[in-house]
Ligand binder design. Structure first.
Ligand code: MOS
Length: 744
């Protein structure tokens, strides 16, 4: 359908699930209180490395309400899950909970008390006495690098041309090392599992706060040796995940094991403090950037080598070079990744994994390089603009980075910028203006959808994807309303139940792009089924052919003739509904490289008299193809920008160097941007549908806003202060001293 005729796709719509969330009708994983339910509470390691000596549960066992206490000597034997993304099985921490007496990180589950109430379980958990044989932990990336040789991630390495020799030969070059801190995703809704084993039927039901009900079902089934059909995972509402809820963490396994052992439902919530230890994080990175240009500012070499912290249990590379390899034109280029272990929980994807820290470094280096060739930062990026992905030697399916930079600059007022650092003053404050590109893969995965036309006139769309807070319910309703030509108010959407037809994991910003084609096809299939009923014997259009009939405004009929409602047709045949299903492939055409683009423009205000730094204005020009819902999409970019601000200014998960215990493991001390920190912000979508990518032209919008933002902030700070910050989050003392080299 031509764009101008679209009534729902492309319209700013409020969330259809909003009223349920506001009224409390929406229930989250820990809101399910099942009959005869028990409550579990973890006992968490207070050392970061070593072994358990002894666990004394006698005092805890004697406490009121205590039912059982699990630990490594008393835990059901389980199986490890295969780690196979293609098959939909994946764990974040490969070790099974309570597998042995070894401690790899502070906050690791060492025991779990199950009691009649949450309070009883928690009180008893505090009385479980664990003694340890501690080893000296490794608590920081630099310490890890002193003690271990990094393990390269060969699969993600990319090299073309002769980057090292080209860098050496080029007339202008820079080299710099950038460090980003460990960050921890802290969605409002903490991880929680409510698990119920039914011994009679051998079925397990799990209410889990997860970004993937199907992945969780598949993985839990493998661990417990059950058929997939014997496991149901439900997550109709999720209080965000940001990547921290993509895969299975130990608490979910522990809750399922406990319910199967005890024969009663078990609820286990991860306390906020352990959201900093045992449910993943974005690792710390150290990135070396070497850029070189000719005398006209054309990139001759780009080298981006990075290493990140990981746990003792798994090598999880943070792919900092994932954007670097194709964002700008350059024939001599290398990106490489490596990991080095320390005593922390296992890292995982955190919003725009790799791209967020990677573009901080690359876009900082681009700013440094622009200055080295005496070019305006926008002009420098435009000089190195390319419409071909050099890493695959393919054209981009659709790229409007040029427009993002040019139109964004115009709207921001960039022409008023004076180049010299510290040259833009307003009263006591010095203004700094910075720019950075943003970039993310356009991803698409297999998806299915089911559309049911019901006799009461309502339409039900269902599948086993989930809405993690991004607006998936609403976007699916828009897609179905568009395909059927019925009011959006008549659409119901049900998601977040592994029993529904297959739906994708909510990750990678791929759900909208993946699911909309399936929804549209399933809607058309449902109409076809309805037409079949209408023309069959006893149907109201018995003598007609399917092609004679058209479906308009929720009614079926011969063009220009009598239109009958869905209800009338179904009733004539005594049918409950007409159902359509569709299955779409995630496979993409081989002729293109698929990515999204954009540019952030940031204004900071630095008041040197009182050492106050504020980010005062942000404009983000975003090129994500068709924007299905500008309202929820803008909300995604704003939230992603807030996370980028957190990365630049605040977020840093720190461990005590002696004990390896987390230091700032709550919302009071782990700093994130508040409303007061959030500037005047404008999201500017460029609206170029990408029909090379999908039939709807939408590329997905969840993660891209986080990329590049920290670079734009740091570049703006440089413009205000003349101080180049290469370690984030920034600390004010880095701006207060004159000799920056002294701060490290
Ligand atoms: Mo995203 S980091 O794939 O939830």
């Amino acid at each position: 359908m031509s764009e101008s005729k679209q009534r729902y796709i492309g319209q700013a719509r409020p969330r259809i699930d909003g009223p349920k969330k506001l009224s409390g009708e929406a229930r989250y994983a820990a809101d399910h209180h099942l009959p005869d339910m028990t409550y579990a509470y973890g006992v968490f390691s207070t050392i970061a490395s070593g072994r358990i000596n002894d666990i004394d549960t006698s005092a805890a066992e004697a406490m009121p309400g205590v039912i059982d206490i699990f630990h490594h000597d008393r835990f059901p034997s389980l199986h490890r899950s295969p780690d196979n993304f293609a098959n939909g099985t994946k764990v974040d921490e490969p070790r099974l909970p309570f597998e042995d007496d070894r401690i790899y990180y502070a906050g690791q589950f060492v025991a779990m008390v199950v009691a009649e109430s949450f309070e009883q379980a928690r009180a008893a958990a505090y009385e479980v006495q664990v003694s340890y044989r501690p080893d000296t932990p490794i608590t920081r990336l630099d310490e890890a690098l002193e003690q271990h040789k990094p393990t390269p991630d060969e699969g993600s390495r990319h090299e073309r041309g002769n980057p090292d020799s080209a860098w050496k030969k080029a007339p202008r070059r820079i080299e710099a090392v950038y460090n980003t801190a460990m960050e921890t995703h802290n969605p409002m809704e903490m991880h929680a599992s409510t698990a119920a084993w039914d011994g009679q039927s051998g079925r397990l039901v799990l209410y889990e706060s997860t970004q993937g009900v199907v992945f969780t079902r598949n993985t839990i089934a493998r661990m417990f040796g059950l058929l997939q059909d014997k496991v149901e995972v439900k997550a109709p509402f999720i209080g965000s995940g940001f990547g921290g809820k993509l895969f299975v963490w130990p608490h979910a396994v522990a809750a399922c094991a406990a319910t199967r052992s005890l024969g009663r439902p078990v609820q286990l919530m991860v306390p906020r403090a352990q959201m900093f230890t045992t449910t993943g994080h974005r690792p710390a990175t150290r990135q070396t950037l070497k850029l070189a240009t000719d005398n006209d500012g054309r990139l001759q070499a780009v080298i981006h080598d990075s290493v990140n912290s990981t746990s003792m249990l798994a090598d999880v590379p943070e792919l900092c070079g994932r954007c670097t390899k194709s964002l700008y034109a350059c024939d001599n280029l290398r990106v490489s990744h490596a990991t080095v272990p320390m005593n922390c929980g296992t890292p995982t994807a955190m919003r725009a994994p790799g791209a967020a820290p990677g573009l901080f470094a690359l876009e900082s280096a681009m700013d440094e390089m622009a200055e080295a060739v005496d070019m305006d930062p926008v002009a420098f990026r435009l000089r190195n603009y390319t419409e071909r992905d050099g890493s695959q030697d393919l054209p981009f399916s659709s790229i409007h980075l040029k427009q993002a930079l040019e139109e964004g600059a115009r709207r921001f007022g960039w022409e008023k910028r004076t180049a010299k650092p510290g040259s833009m003053r307003e009263g006591d404050e010095i203004l700094g203006w910075g720019v950075a590109a943003c970039n993310w893969e356009a991803l698409k995965v297999d998806a299915k959808a089911q559309v049911t036309l019901q006799a009461d006139g309502r339409v039900l769309v269902s599948c086993a994807t989930q809405d993690i807070g991004t607006g998936t319910y609403t976007v699916i309703a828009q897609g179905a309303a568009e395909a059927l030509g019925v009011p959006i108010e008549s659409i119901d959407v049900e998601l977040g139940d592994s029993r529904y037809i297959y739906g994708p994991l909510s990750g990678g910003s791929w759900v909208t792009a993946s699911i909309l084609p399936a929804v549209a096809q399933a809607a058309r299939a449902a109409v076809e089924e309805l037409k079949g009923y209408a023309i069959a014997r006893g149907g109201p259009f018995e003598s007609r052919k399917k092609d004679d009939l058209s479906f308009e405004n929720g009614a079926l009929g011969v063009k220009g003739g009598e239109m009958l409602s869905v209800a009338e047709i179904l009733q004539a045949r005594r049918l409950a509904n007409a159902v359509g299903e569709a299955s779409t492939s995630g496979e993409l055409g081989k002729a293109y490289s698929y990515r999204s683009f954009g540019a952030h423009f940031v204004e900071v205000r630095w008041d040197p008299g009182i050492s106050r730094l504020r980010v005062s204005r942000i404009l983000s020009a975003i090129d994500v193809g068709k924007v299905v819902n500008p309202r929820t999409a803008a909300n995604q970019v704003e939230g992603a920008v807030a996370m980028g601000l957190g990365m630049a200014l605040f977020e840093h998960t720190e461990f005590d160097q002696a004990s390896g215990l987390p230091v700032n493991n709550d919302y009071a001390e782990y700093l994130v941007p508040t409303h007061a920190d959030f500037p005047d912000m404008e999201v500017m979508f460029l609206h170029y549908p990408d029909y090379n990518f999908t039939s709807e032209g939408a590329r997905g919008v969840g993660e891209i806003g986080t990329t590049g933002l920290a670079g734009a902030v740091v570049n703006a700070i440089y413009h205000a202060t003349g101080k180049r910050i290469r370690d984030i989050p920034i600390r004010l003392e880095q701006l207060m001293v004159d000799d920056l080299a002294a701060t490290g």
